[in-house]
Design a binder for this molecule. Sequence first.
Ligand SMILES: Cc1cc2nc3c(=O)[nH]c(=O)nc-3n(C[C@H](O)[C@H](O)[C@H](O)COP(=O)(O)OP(=O)(O)OC[C@H]3O[C@@H](n4cnc5c(N)ncnc54)[C@H](O)[C@@H]3O)c2cc1C
Length: 430
Amino acid sequence: MASADAGRRVLILGGGAGGLELASQLAKRSDVAVTLVDREMAHLWKPRLHEFAAGTVSSTLAEVSFYLLAKMRGFHFEQGEVAGIDRGAREVELGPMRDGEGRELAPARRLPYDLCVVALGGVTPDFGIEGVAENAIRLDGPADAEAFRTRFAGAMIRARASGIPAEIVIVGSGATGTELAAHLRNSESGFLAREPGTNGPKLLGITILESAPEIMPGIDADLRAKLVERLRSLDVKTVTDAKIAAIEPDGVRSESGERWPSDVAVWAAGLVGNPLLKELADFELDDKGRIRVDRTLRSTVDERIVAMGDSASVVTKGADKPLPPTAQAAAQEAAYLVDTVSHLLKGQPVEPFAFQNRGRLVSLGRAGAVGRIGSGNGDDFLIHGQFAVAAYHALQRQHQWRVLGTLRGSVAIFADMLSPAKGPALKLHG
Ligand SMILES: Cc1cc2nc3c(=O)[nH]c(=O)nc-3n(C[C@H](O)[C@H](O)[C@H](O)COP(=O)(O)OP(=O)(O)OC[C@H]3O[C@@H](n4cnc5c(N)ncnc54)[C@H](O)[C@@H]3O)c2cc1C
């Protein structure tokens, strides 16, 4: 970045749900010079990762090149792996870019900043369980979704040829695992040689394993009952009190010695901050490895570094714990930073961030979808059919408009509407 920009350089690390919205909305402003860093070439919106994994949506429709977006929106894009932050020099270090064989394609670089925004997302922790890294797939990024899709397709082709159903075992009954299970049932129809819903050999067995006594710990009983009923109707088997000891190449084993054979095992047990955050600088981290920030999103160790989204641990006014990791929170933090960034650059005081909980959304199937929106105040209500589907799409529509602008965003939305897969099979994230 040219030195003429000194004093107004905003360096955003991570172009995900939060970072890209921030870069796109800030880019046209004359009082800031925005650089976005991501290790990927293209942005893929994470809340749909399970749909790409299940193959119910083609990722090529939804991926947008960071290089094109940078040109279109007016920010600078630097592709590379963030390796460290030199707080003294106010510079971020990018490691060298390498190909699959380890050959260096581009050298290490250092990027100066006046304000650094850490938006590097989170990962699914393995809790030290044997075999997770080697034998299970975690849905943390596009490469994982791609790996799952390839293995899933292989297992389904074998099942069609042999008549023996493919077995997918998902560990974790949170939103990601449960939504994935529902989408896999949708995907099965693409492999069936008969009409879906008619009798014939089953091609796919889906099992969700949960270590707690009930699935989706934390949700209210009423909602859980509906969820269990819906999973049953989708022929998804759920097993509770299953404490997993190991993931083997062809099965999942519990501490009590039970074993579930699997063609593909998915590990979807929780979310922690990106492990890189520990290495980046001497940040104060919470028990989930997220950067502790104050109510203005500034890190507790350096007011020139803010954190947002799944990388940040922010406790808003009146709350007793940090905000959960959702795209909804990341988007609101991005909007807040758009308003405050000029002040943060000058080290001026700003109003604290306030989170507007738009509630949890549950959409239980395309036909006769049932949703429930909760504001956290106990005034939940049910939404049905097309309202539930529309509410499901709303979050992404807003993301597309903010990232692409109104015209291009609308075109992208229209293209998406023409896609054969419409609406969620099951949507549970907040
Ligand atoms: C299957 C699934 C469904 C979901 N559904 C919903 C939903 O319906 N509603 C909702 O609110 N939330 C949902 N979520 C959660 C939501 O996706 C996340 O909370 C949100 O994406 C967090 O945004 P972020 O910007 O913090 O990080 P991310 O969107 O994860 O972006 C992080 C970015 O950092 C980049 N990056 C990471 N490491 C490096 C590095 N070392 N160097 C350079 N770049 C790097 C990545 O490539 C990525 O682009 C869902 C999550 C999953 C997995």
